[in-house]
Write a protein that binds this ligand. Sequence first.
Ligand code: SF4
Ligand code: ZN
Ligand code: ZN
Length: 315
Amino acid sequence: MKCRKCTRSAVINMRQHKLALCSEHYIEWFTFQTQRFIQEYQMFDLNNRLLVAVSGGKDSLALWDVLHHLGYQVDGLYINLGINHKTSYSLLSMQKAQTFAHAQNLDLSIVDVVKEEGAAIPEAANLTLRGRTKPCSICGITKRYFMNRIGLDHGYDVLLTGHNLDDEVAVLFGNTLNWQSGYLLRQSPVLEGSAEGFIRKVKPFFRFYERETAAYTFLRGIDYIQDECPHAIGAKTIYYKEVLNQLETKRPGLKLNFYLSFLKAKAEGLFSPEAHIKIGDLHPCENCGQPTTAPQFCTYCRMWEQVRSTKSSLV
Ligand code: SF4
Ligand code: ZN
Ligand code: ZN
């Protein structure tokens, strides 16, 4: 298969965008799209000081890389969770983040949870939950706490994370299965900061499929930690991703559509009290008297009127 923009062979074919590109044009496309999402969702501009949370994985390093090349002032934050049992996960992922920052001459702050709180995440989980639950709950809370605190204390305007579309859709799927209205209300690519002490948070990669960020990282030659955190094994989100991938195979674009439709429904007031007022906007159709939200005639009447008029114009 050839690249859409030149005569070279394509390295990636994105069925959902009906687009195949060579290495050079893919990197160009990916960078352009990132900038487009930043502007379209009014995430930040060149005057803002940005802090990107880096895990040493592909998404966060790709995000740091692309923003740096786009000319943004962006520093990194690595949170050492002390997850080193058997796999040395934290140690290795920290090294990846440090190596990247060093090679690109970028500033990386490191928070060491053991130094701050006196216990690594797995140990803390055993102490608080007596080993009954995975450490992900205390881990998530701790990461959010340090991202917010470091971001505000060091005067950053915006905190960025590398969540991609697959991450966001898996979370959305889980929240929808359980109708977790509070989580659904807060799930967004842009979360405004608050005077009470929350930094503005954004996810510039939320419209990229995981294989798209992976392809960028690979083609740019970025070295990242490929292993998942050992505690991620068996996590619900991994199962949801598998299910969603099966659906996507049959219907390319399904994941993107699911997420964008959710954002649209939310913007239209699906989860807001005003949504109830909309239901109250119903009035009788001027033709049949059945309730409708359309200004004059209900959908049924309009549709059949169209059928009748088309039919009569044919005879
Ligand atoms: Fe933390 Fe759980 Fe993620 Fe591991 S899988 S980094 S423990 S949230
Ligand atoms: Zn090309
Ligand atoms: Zn506190």
